[in-house]
Design a protein around this ligand. Structure first.
Ligand SMILES: C[S@@+](CC[C@H](N)C(=O)[O-])C[C@H]1O[C@@H](n2cnc3c(N)ncnc32)[C@H](O)[C@@H]1O
Length: 264
């Protein structure tokens, strides 16, 4: 069974995620994460909660000399897909709350849209600080509150109407750390000496409403919870109620808002 709150997908979900969700949404943010990392020759980059590896591959594509890349995720299905795409990158199964690496191992660390799924985000940040080398850098991307992400706020109303609060909670979970005060509390508890937070908007683009709904159902833990009837109703209602996000070319576009944290 997929796990609702820690974004655990099995291999089929992971493949769907890579083929559909990554190009529509995560790839664009990977460009932002990698740009903020300021990678340099001979850096060793650790991508925590790497999923199917989009941040690691985006870093690889910068062709920086002697850049070493390690991707770490708790989910074997995600890692299997990652390593089928690029077996050269070092993919490691591990828990962000107990990273399987020595102290001071990495110059650069990224964690894109993973922190909200960790059971103990304070411990995970302490772990990233532990494995980071002195003068290194950590970039963490966290979705802003769901209210600041209008496409998902409207989708959430539909999911709650059709599937009830339980399905709604799964769709809400990626946005659970959007409150800046909560982020500040987590960083203080992790004894991080200082950080910068920048809130960035960037639009996402799905080929159609149907495709958008499929990403959030089939490439998410909702897949195991939704009935066939609820899925059909969701597709039907989404075409009526989310029409404001469809452009003339039938593609869905809307802005998403995320906090990018820099820890040094
Ligand atoms: C929404 S995905 C993001 C994946 C990737 N960073 C991206 O941008 O496509 C969240 C990832 O967090 C991983 N994850 C959840 N809990 C974890 C933990 N405790 N340790 C490591 N990875 C974890 C999941 O397996 C999943 O791959």
């Amino acid at each position: 069974m997929d796990d609702n709150n820690t974004y655990q997908l099995q291999k089929k979900g992971a493949k769907f995620y890579e083929k559909n969700f990554v190009p529509s949404l995560f790839q664009k943010w990977a460009e932002i994460s990698v740009q903020k990392l300021s990678l340099k020759e001979s850096d060793h980059l650790l991508d925590v909660a790497c999923g199917t590896g989009i941040v690691a591959r985006t870093a690889r594509d910068k062709k920086i000399e002697n850049l070493k890349i390690t991707g770490c995720d708790i989910n074997p299905g995600m890692l299997e897909v990652a390593s089928e795409i690029d077996p050269e990158i070092n993919w490691v199964k591990g828990n962000a709350e107990n990273l399987p690496f020595e102290n001071d191992s990495f110059e650069k660390i990224s964690c894109q849209f993973g922190l909200m799924f960790f059971k103990d985000p304070v411990k995970a940040i302490m772990e990233m600080n532990r494995v980071k080398r002195k003068n290194g850098k950590i970039i963490i991307a966290i979705w802003d509150k769901v209210e600041a992400n209008e496409g998902y706020f409207d989708l959430l109303q539909l999911v709650e109407n059709i599937g009830g609060k339980d399905l709604g909670l799964i769709l809400r979970s990626p946005f659970n750390l959007g409150d800046k005060d909560l982020i500040d509390k987590i960083l203080k508890l992790s004894k991080t000496p200082g950080y910068e937070l920048e809130t960035i908007q960037s639009f996402v683009e799905f080929p159609s409403i149907e495709h958008w709904i499929d990403c959030d159902v089939k490439a998410s833990p909702i897949a195991d919870k939704i009935t066939d009837q609820q899925y059909s109703s969701l597709q039907r209602e989404a075409k009526k109620k989310l029409y404001q996000y469809v452009d003339d070319d039938q593609k869905v576009r809307f802005n998403m808002s995320a906090h990018i944290l820099t820890l040094k």
